[in-house]
Ligand binder design. Structure first.
Ligand code: FMN
Length: 394
């Protein structure tokens, strides 16, 4: 097994994570919905894009800076919201936010967080956004939004692809809900896989066991227990009507995450979104959705420069980041790529994931003959013409 300094790419970090955390935690992080077609396709579809490099040009040190919603980022990627990060490592969300800030980029905190949002914000020297699920209803969300404003979060991310939680078959087989229940009898059949990772188990127990959702505080009963997440999500489906309400209670940027069609992108603009994220939730929700990189050109065309377009899904290498930006993404979010690092080694693991991608992106620009992220455009890639056709109305 390589040490953290020996890992060469994100796949190596994935292996380290698999080695450190118990099977149910690793599979929760690694897995996808149903047959995992969309999960695989997110990664595979990047291979349908090839580069058109400009050789024999000297570009020197390439400029990776990106401007996003009036904010300067040192890198063309942000850290996506990843629920249950505190189960991957006790420092969880705080560690990821700290690593993002140190690298000069932003962190998006999931609603499903074991750490208090005030602590997460304090951990980071960079911008931090809050991702919103309506678990517990609007009043609970409004209390969280008020805290986010006070703590200094600069944008809200409204995830719209989670009408119910997707079914991740690995989680069912591993007994994730039984393990979260705290009921020893129902946990029993699944305990051996936990006991096989004593290092993780010791740090988990020292951290106090399964945390509650520190930012979903239900009046009268306190922070929501993690075991209630699936049922709470099933009663928290977001509709466009919620955008109207959200704009009344939050007067900073709102980013709509989970857009895959030109129609939804235009609707997001009409509802006052400042940006959209082309996302299929990392292939964890509806299986059979297209790869996000394939959906990106249709959304970019529909948005037509009116707001910023971000994307996530399947990004494991710097070449993936560069390809997405060539196809019109302002910047991308990474999910598993940093979460593998978190599960492998906490903050240093996240920092290593960021460092690997940063070096990859810089080298890719140099080999491409492009001086900066800002100068990337479609002339640097070839991709299937069908991706631009969009939806044909019946
Ligand atoms: C373990 C895990 C947990 C996630 N939790 C959330 C979440 O709480 N809220 C959300 O909007 N997206 C969540 N996502 C989706 C990510 O924000 C992002 O869309 C996805 O990970 C991108 O795909 P990638 O992992 O291939 O980079 C989660 C993804 C993973 C892998």
């Amino acid at each position: 097994m390589p040490s953290l300094s020996q890992v060469v790419n994100v796949q190596d970090l994935r292996q380290l994570a698999e080695h450190r955390v118990p099977r149910p935690v690793f599979d929760y992080l690694d897995g996808g919905g149903e047959g995992e077609f969309t999960l695989r396709e997110n990664c595979r579809a990047f291979q349908d894009i090839t580069f058109r490099a400009r050789h024999a040009v000297s570009v020197g040190a390439c400029d990776l800076h990106t401007k996003l919603l009036e904010t300067d980022l040192a890198l063309p990627f942000l850290l996506a919201p990843v629920g249950y990060s505190r189960l991957m490592h006790p420092d969880g969300e705080c560690a990821a936010a700290r690593a993002a800030g140190e690298a000069g980029t932003a962190y998006i905190l999931s609603t499903i967080s074991g750490h208090r949002m005030e602590d997460v914000k304090a951990a980071s020297s960079g911008p931090v956004w809050y991702q919103l699920y309506l678990m517990g209803g609007r009043a609970v969300a409004e209390a969280a939004i008020a805290r986010a404003r006070m703590a200094g979060f600069s944008a809200l991310v409204l995830t719209i692809d989670t009408a119910v939680s997707g079914i991740r078959e690995r989680d069912v087989r591993n007994g994730v809900s039984q393990l979260l229940s705290g009921n020893l009898i129902s946990m029993l059949p699944f305990l051996p896989q936990i006991l096989s990772r004593p290092g993780w188990l010791a740090s988990f127990l020292l951290d106090g066991g399964v945390p509650s959702l520190a930012n979903v505080v239900v009046p009268g009963s306190g922070p929501m227990p993690m075991v209630d997440v699936a049922s709470a999500l099933a009663n928290a489906a977001v509709t466009w009507a919620d955008m109207h309400w959200l704009r009344q209670v939050w007067n900073a940027p709102i980013i709509v995450k989970g857009v895959l069609t030109g129609d939804d992108a235009r609707r997001a603009i009409d509802e006052g979104a400042s940006a959209v994220v082309v996302s299929n939730h990392g292939g964890r929700q509806l299986d059979g959705l297209p790869a996000t990189i394939r959906a990106l050109p249709e959304v970019v065309a529909a948005v037509n420069g009116q707001i910023e377009v971000l994307m996530d899904g399947g990004i494991r290498r710097g070449t993936d980041v560069v390809k997405a930006i060539c196809l019109g993404a302002r910047t991308v979010l990474i999910g598993r790529a940093y979460a593998y690092g978190l599960a492998a080694a906490g903050r240093p693991g996240v920092a290593r994931a960021i460092q690997i991608l940063r070096t990859d992106i810089e080298r890719t620009l140099q080999l491409l003959g492009c001086p900066s992220i800002a100068a990337l455009n479609r002339s640097y890639v070839d991709f299937p013409a069908a991706w631009c056709r969009g939806h044909i109305a019946h």
